[in-house]
Ligand binder design. Sequence first.
Ligand code: FEO
Length: 414
Amino acid sequence: MKAIEISQGIYRVGVNIREKDYLFEGLWPIPDGVAINAYFVKGDKVALIDSWCTTEEYCPVGVVDLEQHPGSYERILASVGITPDMVSHVVVNHMEPDHSGWLGHFFKDHPHVQLICTAKTVPMLRDFYGITENIRTVKTGDSLDLGGGKELVFYEAPNVHWPETMVTFEKNSGTLFSCDAFGSYGAVEEDAIYDTDMTPGKLDFYERETLRYYANIVATFSQPVLNALSALGGLPIKMIAPAHGLIWKGDIGRVVGMYKRLADYAKNGGEKKICLMWSSMYGNTGVAIDTVREALKESGIPFSEHRIPESPTGMVLADAWESKGYIIAMPTYEYKMFPPMAHLISDLKLKHMFHKKVLRLGSFGWAGGAEKDFQANIEGMHWDCLPSVEWAGSPTKETLQTLKDSVKKLAASL
Ligand code: FEO
C-alpha cells in the first residue's frame, strides 16, 4: 500500500480486499476483490477524506490495521512529506464501517484531529466508536479552507448510501470525493488506478463490477442517487475519486452516464433483456427450461440465466437489475413457492426491482399453491405479469407449446 499523488497535493491511499470466499457486507461474493480508497488533501493543513476498515476477520485490509501494523499510518504519511501533526481533519463522508472502521483506534491516539461530518453521523460515531468530542457538523455548501490553495466544500447526499452520507468537492483541483457513489467492486492495482489506464476490456470489467456493486448495495436508493446527480450537476468536476474502484479523469461522463442509467432502471424497469431465474426439484420444472431457452433464442432477445439457489444472489441481482423482463420458474413446495425462489423474490423486493414484465411457470405435485403465494409476495412491485404456465407433474407437449408462445409474447412486449 502506498500514497499515490492524483493531483497536486492530493493522494490516494487504497487497499484491496482479495480474500477468497470473503463476502462483502457479510453477504455479497466478490471473486475479483474490492478496493477501499481514502485520500489525503495537503494544503497548509492536511485532511484525510474517508478511511478504511481494519478488523482482519470482517474486513481484511491488513496493512492499515493500526493495532496489527503499528507505524503503518506514519510511514504512508512520511512517504509524501506529511507528518502526523499536520493532519488536522478527517472528513467522514459515510459511516459504513468499510470506510470508518479505522476511526475508533485512530482517535484514541490523535484526539487533536477534528472530525467533519453531517449531523446524522454524530450519533453513529458515538454508537460505533465512542467518539463524542472534536466533531464539526456541516451542511451543503459549508467549506473548509486548508490553506495552500486547497478548499473543501461539502454536499449532503442522504441515502447514497446511508442517511448520513455526504460528498466532498475540492474546489481548486475540481476533485469530487464521492465515497460509494460511482464506485465498483474489483480490486485495483496501484499502477492502474485511473479510467485512462484501462484497456477497453478492463473498462468493461469495471463497468460490470459497477453494475454488480450498484445492484447489491445502492439499488434501493436510486431516487436519492438521482437527487444527488441533479444537485451536483453544476459542479466543475474534473476528477471523480470514489471510495471503491477506479478514479475517473479521462471520461467522467461515462461513469456519470452509467450511474444515471442504473438509477433510472428503478422507474423504467431496465433494458430490453430477460433474466431467467429457475429452480427445479426433480426436473419436472427444469425440463421446461430447454423450451424457454429455445423460445428466447428464436426471439433474438438477449438473456441471462441463473439456477436458484446455485447462483449466488449477488450475481443474480446484477442481471435482474438491468433486465426489464423476468422469467421465473419454480415448482410448488408444500402449497407455497419453492423456498429458495421465495427468498430471492424477497431480495428483489428489498432492492426495488420494480416495473418488470414477468412470466412465471412451474410444476406441482398434487395441488398448486406457488401462484397464490407468488402473487401475494410481489404486491407493490409493479410487475406486469403474463398468465402463468403451470402443470401437474411433467409438462405435456401442449403445455410446452403454450410455454413457448408465452415466452415469445413476453419477449415481444419488451
Ligand atoms: Fe462502501 Fe456504503 O460503504
